[in-house]
Unconditional design. Sequence first.
Length: 316
Amino acid sequence: MRAVVALGGNALAKRGEPMTADYLRKNVREACIALAKFAGENEVVITHGNGPQVGLLALQNLAYQDVAAYPLDILGAETQGMIGYVVQQELANALGGAREVAAILTTTVVDENDPAFDRPTKLIGPQYSAHDAAEAAAEYRWTIAKDGDLFRRVVPSPVPQSIAQAPLISRLLDTGTLVVCVGGGGVPVKQESSGRRVGVQAVVDKDAASAALAAEIHADTLIMLTDGDYVSENWGTPEQRDILTASADAVAAMRFAEGSMQPKIDAAIRVARAGGRVLIGPLDRLDDLLARRIGTEIVAQHEAGIVWVEKAAKKK
């Protein structure tokens, strides 16, 4: 199987934990141990988010005022190197050196006229209280949005058009190498009329970029690993219903939380309509997700449209 496995932010930085290098390595090690068996038996690309880390680097960047702050594209490249290094090392360790693992600095081509540049939605950085968020917005001219009961900075998240390094990634997979790439959605770049590529101020959603990569390298499956058991309708309410299996058209007619689950659904639709299969579920139960005992599967077509999880089955 050729699969793209997208690690959610919970695999790198759990809510409430300080964003230290020790915690990053601990969380990545746990994720790679969970992935080792699957990665050892298949052609696997691992992608990952960078929202907390790129926001932290941006804050650290602002603390030194003798030079202008580095732009988001360069900060995104920094996080790819930082996180990619740890994932590469810990996955190789988990496999006992049985497979080569390569981390690739990846760029993602976007449209500079994408309306996302006028409507920031991508959450980055730490959470703030309402008071602290208001102060940060005024001081740094940030756009702020709610994240649960707290607040975070939001930046533009344009739709990925293509992954520039997709042909290289495919060749590496052909040779048996496991690849870590598209960190934080890849560094967003625009292509000028001269053919030059130039970085832009944005953070591409890693699930959308993972879907674009899956299509370009002809992956059979996109697996998006989260801290939730299922994709749910009316999540967190008494009317919540969990989805076991759904067609791309059925979930396309539904709306989910902007900035969290909706980008995953959009990515799943893109892959399913291209003929692939998508699994969304918990990292710590990857075997059960693959065996369809938990998690949500999205496919091109399904006779029922949506198959809901029966409550009795959930309790087992």
